[in-house]
Design a protein around this ligand. Structure first.
Ligand SMILES: C[S@@+](CC[C@H](N)C(=O)[O-])C[C@H]1O[C@@H](n2cnc3c(N)ncnc32)[C@H](O)[C@@H]1O
Length: 247
């Protein structure tokens, strides 16, 4: 049976039950994750999705790229439950999901220069002024993304929020070679993620960039640059809030 979200097929299909896997990462270590131990001795490149929602992008990537290991985190337990269930039922051994903040994951559990790709699709804009401090993309977060990545590693960031994008364009190029993408994702023209599908169906512009970690920037240098940059106090435009509730 093919599952659909907003009329768009969800990647993969349910395999016979004897092939189901366990994608739940329930207990985090005190320190850094041991990627090979987490993925059954596999030393394949690691892909992270921070704020992964229901895991749509990562599940599609894990299916399309058995050569890579994938970890998705989100602060909302209910979305991780959906992600795990679908990952398990597709028999994916190169995929894990945990309930955790993106910044906490990078700060406490990811060894420097141990990850090939970090993806961040539609970070929550937080319209309520009292919650603006919860926005994920801050200069300090970007320094942590830079630290996590291998030299030249990829950072993919995307939003449909113009205020968020203006901020991203101002701060991300400090740490990364910033490459804004013109069209839709060739691998998922109807949207890589649940939120992207909703935004495209509502005819909102979707802003995407695929960036490479600057190779000549040290960890200390990135931290120093982060301190000099402004926090994300942009106007998120409350008119977009209804769409968030739908997504
Ligand atoms: C607009 S949704 C986008 C979900 C998914 N990436 C997509 O594009 O469909 C934002 C997601 O970020 C999660 N989130 C918010 N703050 C977070 C944080 N600090 N760390 C990780 N996830 C976070 C929310 O729970 C929500 O699932």
């Amino acid at each position: 049976m093919i599952e659909h979200e907003f009329g768009v097929p969800f990647p993969g299909a349910v395999v016979e039950q004897s092939k189901w896997t366990h994608t739940a990462l329930k207990v985090m270590p005190d320190g850094h994750l041991d990627w090979a131990a987490l993925f059954g001795s596999s030393t394949a490149p690691v892909v992270l999705d921070l704020g992964c929602g229901n895991g749509r992008y990562l599940i599609g990537s894990a299916l399309a790229r058995p050569t890579h290991n994938h970890l998705g985190v989100d602060v909302l337990p209910v979305v991780i439950r959906y992600a795990r269930k679908r990952g398990n039922q597709r028999g994916l051994a190169n995929l894990k999901f945990a309930v955790l903040g993106g910044r906490e994951l990078l700060e406490r559990h990811v060894a420097p220069h141990s990850v090939a790709e970090v993806h961040c699709y539609h970070p929550q804009p937080y319209y309520d002024p009292a919650k603006v401090h919860l926005r994920l993309v801050t200069p300090q977060f970007l320094a942590l993304v830079h630290r996590a990545l291998v030299p030249g590693g990829r950072f993919v960031i995307q939003t449909d929020n113009p205020g968020y994008w203006k901020y991203v364009r101002a701060v991300v190029p400090v740490f990364f070679e910033f490459r804004e993408l013109a069209g839709r994702w060739p691998d998922a023209p109807k949207g890589r993620t649940r939120r992207e599908i909703v935004a495209l169906q509502k005819k909102l512009p979707v802003f995407r960039a695929e960036c490479a970690a600057k190779a000549d920037l040290s960890e200390a240098g990135a931290v120093a640059l982060a301190e000099a940059l402004p926090p994300p106090t942009f106007d998120a435009d409350r008119r977009l809030r209804a769409l968030d509730e739908l997504a």
